[in-house]
Design a protein around this ligand. Structure first.
Ligand SMILES: [Zn+2]
Length: 297
């Protein structure tokens, strides 16, 4: 359902009300990702981020990480930038083959959007003339959101089922679709079952894993090959691979997903949220580290 169809304005609004969370990781997922990122920012990057945040954020990046979902029907052009579709059942992703919108316009997908906003922030940060050309506040909020989205396995899903949006399933007793299960329901059920309905508890658990069980993985998550500032393509490849292995598996249309699905997929969701947070911070650190410091290193 995350598609831009010019003739659907009011229908989409109705869907928006009836099916909360059709918009990407739900609010909780994006908040968690950005909160984790905040803890990995260098002093210099944190200062740059705070300078760019809108006043309404009160200095907290996590509070505006769902902004691109809130405005996607107002900024209609941005709707296709939240995901990338891959050919049915191939279980792989290729930028040149897959990064286009439903009209076939090249470069209109989440990975290209990540490159674009990274480039705007890097150039604008170093050049005051370009800074006035771009809206770096929006660029920061888009980038922070899209790095989250590209880690949601079904944001890199099959074109034929709209990334799981057209696969109707039951989540325990509730009728929903598979995409929504991965955006929101798994996280919501985890909050209820394990975290006393408190997102802060879940974020703390992820932070603890990052400094214990996952500590040796963090440097490889932060790394971008060939010294690139940002590298969304491997993240998208990981996502479609996880979509095939975990999201689509045993989730055929009409199936009921319960404890078995929930408990085996939750670790995947939690790791993706943590990876997205670490990688967002690493990207912002690279963008906002002054060239002088890079030369010294
Ligand atoms: Zn999104």
């Amino acid at each position: 359902m995350n598609r831009s169809r010019l003739w659907l304005t009011w229908v989409e609004l109705v869907f928006l009300v009836l099916i909360p969370g059709i918009l990407g990781w739900g609010k909780e997922g994006h908040y968690a990702t950005c909160k984790i990122a905040e803890g990995y920012l260098t002093e210099e990057a944190l200062a740059a981020v705070k300078r760019l945040l809108p006043d309404s954020a009160e200095g907290d990046l996590a509070s505006v990480c769902s902004w691109p979902d809130e405005i996607r029907f107002h900024y209609r052009w941005s709707s296709a930038l939240h995901y990338v579709d891959t050919p049915d059942f191939r279980c792989n992703y290729e930028f040149h083959r897959d990064c286009h919108d439903s009209y076939g316009h090249k470069g209109r997908c989440v990975t290209a959007a990540i490159y674009n906003y990274t480039s705007q922030l890097s150039k604008g940060y170093q050049d005051s003339i370009l800074e006035s050309k771009y809206n770096l506040t929006e660029a920061l909020m888009f980038l922070s959101h899209f790095i989250g989205d590209v880690h949601q396995p079904l944001h890199v899903g099959f074109v034929g089922d709209l990334g799981g949006n057209s696969i109707i399933v039951r989540w325990y007793r509730r009728k929903t679709n598979l995409h929504h299960v991965w955006d929101t329901m798994i996280i919501e059920s985890a909050l209820k079952t394990f975290y006393n309905k408190d997102l802060t508890n879940m974020i703390q658990a992820l932070q603890q894993n990052l400094s214990n069980a996952w500590i040796n993985d963090v440097p490889s998550w932060e790394n971008c090959a060939n010294n690139h500032t940002v590298c969304p393509n491997p993240y998208a490849s990981e996502s479609i691979s996880l979509a095939c292995k975990f999201a689509y598996r045993n989730a055929t249309p009409g199936s009921t997903l319960g404890d078995e699905y929930f408990l085996s997929r939750l670790p995947v969701v939690e790791k993706r949220l943590a990876q997205a947070g670490v990688r967002l911070a690493a990207t912002l650190n690279r963008i906002f580290t002054s060239q002088a410091k890079i030369a010294q290193a």
